[in-house]
Design a protein around this ligand. Structure first.
Ligand code: SF4
Length: 445
């Protein structure tokens, strides 16, 4: 049972030294009770108190690790229900299925398709995380052979079978890759839990109801604590309800046997159903989502959604301010300016690249805000842009002294020209208009 703030306070040093970043030991105790701080933040807790506070200081959702080396993934270890309360830390892992009963050519083709599922978005690499081998054949020898093949895949392995024998055989081929075993149920849990414990692999446990899941997690917890909770209801709305209940029980009530990350398979019949369903589970609160699709046009938006949700809401994603060359630009090439908000910068950069006219792009220092937000906050205004021209010594680098500004801030033209002596051209409002604008104005450059 979790301790209250006052119960924790009784065990604290009560010196109010503030070294933990809180003004009093009582404030620290309250923060610890609501999992907003770790016990280690106070250097003066006695060993006896530390032992007594074990449960209060444990993360409400355990951290589970699967995969090895570069392919290692962490899930769980979340401390809040809502992103704006603090931050979500471990992005939902996306696992793509591959059936073990495919013929050799089809298996190789699907595996190579899965291996290619990585993208670049706003300057970061985003990708799926795992390849889930499904024991469709029902045969341990076939499952083991395919497990050996996915051991060398680009992503961490999941082994999906409810046969202890098939899982044991597959582990002989890929145990070093620390696969996530999926899984244990009411009928096989003892054998599968012992196998997972012996091989030091995490295990997905599944049951027909939330109560059943909690009971099974308690039983499996007697063998291994390396647990992921499988949510296997038929309807997406039911899965969403269970995922939400699991997170609420773990964070608000500190329900011990639901304090693990969750695993949810997507059941949608077509590409769009699968993508829509997965987006629901990424938003609330799946640790691992298993899908059948390999379509990049569907997976990139899921990766983008995940990338946005699992960022620090208090820190806008931003690029280093400065001036950057696009293509083989020289002193005669056009100069564009935008803000250093990652999404804005990379959208503009991508459109400029697609125009295939070498140019320069300035990322103005606006603390990662978009063009109109930065303008409204006084961070992207004529004075600041004129100062930036001076600071970057742009007049020495570009004799043409001409700059293209975003169409939304056309009102800055006169001010920039007056304060910097540069000529200002008004670009399009939306980045999508850049290629046509560039070709019309600099097509012969
Ligand atoms: Fe109290 Fe420890 Fe914080 Fe000091 S560091 S105020 S002793 S909780």
């Amino acid at each position: 049972m979790a301790l209250t703030g006052l119960q924790i306070f009784k065990l604290m040093p009560k010196t109010n030294c503030k070294e933990c970043g809180h003004p009093t030991c009582l404030a620290f105790s309250m923060a610890l009770a609501s999992s907003k701080i770790a016990l280690d933040a106070c250097p003066y807790v006695s060993d006896e108190a530390r032992e007594a506070l074990g449960m209060a200081s444990a993360p409400p959702v355990a951290k589970i690790v699967f995969g090895a080396g570069d392919k290692m993934r962490e899930t769980g270890d979340e401390v809040v229900l809502f992103r704006h309360d603090k931050q979500f830390f471990h992005p939902t892992c996306l696992a793509i299925t591959i059936d073990d009963d495919l013929n050799d050519d089809d298996f190789d083709a699907r595996l190579s398709e899965i291996n290619s599922l990585s993208f670049e978005r706003v300057g970061e690499k985003v990708a799926i995380d795992a390849v889930a081998l499904v024991n469709k054949s029902g045969r341990p020898d076939v499952f083991a052979k395919r497990a050996g093949q996915i051991a060398s895949a680009a992503f961490a392995p999941l082994l999906v079978s409810d046969s202890p024998e098939a899982l044991a055989k597959a582990l002989e081929a890929c145990a070093a890759e620390k696969p996530l075993l999926c899984g244990a149920n009411e009928g096989n849990w003892k054998a599968v839990a012992e196998l997972a414990n012996e091989r030091d692999c995490p295990l997905v446990v599944s049951a027909d109801s939330l109560d059943g899941l909690s009971d099974l997690a308690e039983k499996v917890g007697g063998v291994t604590k390396n647990i992921v909770l499988g949510v296997r209801s038929a309807a997406p709305v039911q899965k969403l309800a269970e995922l939400t209940q699991i997170r609420r029980q773990a964070i608000r009530r500190k329900t011990r046997f639901l304090g693990y990350p969750s695993f949810v398979p997507v059941c949608g019949k077509d590409l769009y159903d699968q993508a829509a369903e997965a987006s629901i589970y990424i938003s609330k609160y799946a640790g691992i989502v298993m899908l059948d699709i390999t379509d990049k046009a569907a997976l990139l938006p899921l990766c983008a959604l995940r990338q946005n949700l699992f960022s620090d809401p208090q820190k806008p994603a931003q690029v280093e301010p400065g001036i950057f060359s696009i293509g083989e630009a020289d002193e005669k090439s056009p100069v564009y300016i935008t803000t250093n908000f990652s999404l804005t910068y990379y959208t503009v950069e991508s459109e400029l690249s697609s125009a295939r006219i070498p140019c320069w792009l300035i990322a103005a220092p606006t603390d990662g805000t978009s063009v109109l937000t930065a303008w409204a906050a006084g961070k992207f205004v004529a004075d600041k842009i004129a100062e930036l021209i001076e600071e970057l010594k742009l007049s020495e680098k570009f004799p043409h002294k001409t700059m293209v500004i975003p169409g939304y801030v056309a009102m800055l033209k006169a001010g920039i020209e007056e304060k910097s002596g540069w000529k200002v051209m008004i670009g399009p409002n939306e980045a999508a208009g850049i290629p046509a604008f560039a070709k019309a104005n600099f097509g012969n450059a």
